[in-house]
Design a protein around this ligand. Structure first.
Ligand code: FAD
Length: 391
């Protein structure tokens, strides 16, 4: 087996982009995935993911998400595929001083297009949304959704087109020499030696490194339902309806794309989940919550049937910041993950960041948030925070 410069384990958004960036940097790169790119067990394997700039007062993720947007758009153009749907994103604010108010100030100060929309104006622009209980809405016209599964498959394909090697199989750390890992062993016993290893294994990271990550990444079941609008009802497609996030009500959704129905998800943590063997059947309670939500917010969907369901998983760190750091026992092993419900869009920037760290760049001050050894206190600010009950 020839030695690679870099072996990346995991072809989700984080690993596939890291492999592509690594191959583009001129390093001989091997990408290994247990089930292939864009498969239904992967966190990146869903049809769609929101790409938004709003991150409250956090300038760092706001900047990263803008860089990621540029990278996804450029990549889509390069390969001649539509991966980004420019639907925009609406954030429903229940109070003036919440996540949305902070996002409005941050985006404005950074020159990112953003609008404050009052409830009366909401009723004119998006009559399919009931907004009479809101303080205001924040509208990001340049946000939208990424065709996630398709995107990951395209990145992995671009990687192999550039000469990168893609292997299938469950990979585990193999032989070591002091603080250097020498190889990983894939399912069939084949050894893959390399100078550097990147484990971008999403929700499987705590299984691979239980001592290091067992307490740091929680893997929970997350149900998603798709409601099908009536034939000819165009109010809920991406041309008419933005992605939306009801941050304080811990609910979010995406417009219907590719005729798949309107996607809705309660953003509460589900039970602990096994990403390999877990049965991907949604809890009827999720459907009940989704129906209760649309009755309040999108009444035109009250009678819409469930046309599809999906079970994904969060791999959440206590403070919802990613993990991008060296393994504490190995100088040439990187751990990349902890997407915490907001990691997909950042794939291209995470890939660039990992490659620059492998090349020897120190983390910037803001990037110290990704460190493994840092004390992390519980907060779920990068996703949503359930503060309002919608009945
Ligand atoms: C319901 C839901 C909604 C979300 N919404 C958004 C959103 O709107 N916007 C956003 O940006 N993010 C969102 N996220 C988060 C985002 O999807 C994740 O942060 C991101 O997809 C994680 O990517 P990853 O590459 O780390 O992991 P994954 O996509 O899970 O990829 C890991 C890969 O590693 C492989 N693997 C694991 N172990 C091994 C091994 N030992 N050997 C070989 N291969 C292995 C797996 O097969 C898998 O393909 C959401 C997540 C969920 C669950």
């Amino acid at each position: 087996m020839t030695t690679s410069d870099v072996v990346v384990i995991g072809a989700g958004s984080m690993g596939a982009w890291t492999a592509l960036r690594s191959q583009r940097a001129g390093w001989r790169t091997t990408l290994i995935d247990a089930f292939g790119a864009g498969h239904p067990r992967a966190t990146s394997g869903d049809e769609s993911r929101i790409l938004r700039a709003s991150h409250g007062a956090d300038v760092f993720y706001t900047r990263w998400s803008r860089e990621a947007r540029t990278a996804w758009l450029a990549f889509g153009e390069e390969i001649g595929e539509t991966l980004f749907v420019p639907a925009g994103a609406l954030w429903f604010a229940h109070r003036e001083d919440g996540f949305e108010g902070h996002s409005l100030a941050t985006l404005t100060s950074m020159g990112i297009p953003v609008e404050r929309v009052e409830p009366a104006e909401m009723a004119e622009r998006w009559p399919q949304i009931r907004a009479d209980d809101l303080a205001f809405a924040l509208y990001e016209p340049e946000a939208g959704l990424l065709l996630a599964r398709r995107g990951v498959v395209a990145v992995a394909r671009a990687f192999t087109t550039l000469g990168g090697r893609f292997e299938s199989g469950w990979a585990e750390p193999g032989a070591a020499d002091g603080r250097r890992l020498l190889d990983v062993v894939a399912g069939d016993g084949i050894r893959h030696p390399a100078e550097t290893f990147v484990f971008a294994a999403g929700p499987w990271l705590p299984t691979i490194f239980p001592a290091v990550l067992g307490d740091l990444i929680s893997v929970t079941k997350q149900d998603v339902v798709f409601l099908g609008p009536a034939a000819g009802d165009n109010r809920f497609g991406a041309e008419a309806l933005p992605c939306w996030v009801d941050y304080d009500a811990a609910f979010y959704g995406l417009p219907a794309v590719d005729g798949r129905g309107v996607k809705l998800a309660p953003d509460r943590y589900g039970p602990v989940f096994d990403p390999t063997d877990g049965e991907r059947i949604v809890d009827p309670e999720t459907v009940r919550l989704a129906r209760r939500y649309v009755a309040r917010r999108l009444p035109g969907l009250i009678d819409a049937p469930v046309v599809e369901t999906r079970v994904c998983q969060y791999e959440t760190t206590p403070d919802t910041h990613f993990i991008i750091d060296r393994h504490p026992d190995f100088d040439n092993v990187w751990i990349v993950g902890g997407g915490s419900g907001h990691g997909f869009k950042h794939g291209p920037v995470i890939g660039s960041h990992v490659v620059s760290r492998i090349a020897g760049a120190p983390p910037g001050v803001e990037e110290e948030r990704f460190e493994l050894g840092r004390a992390r206190t519980f907060q779920q600010n990068m996703r949503t925070g359930a503060q309002v009950r919608l009945d």
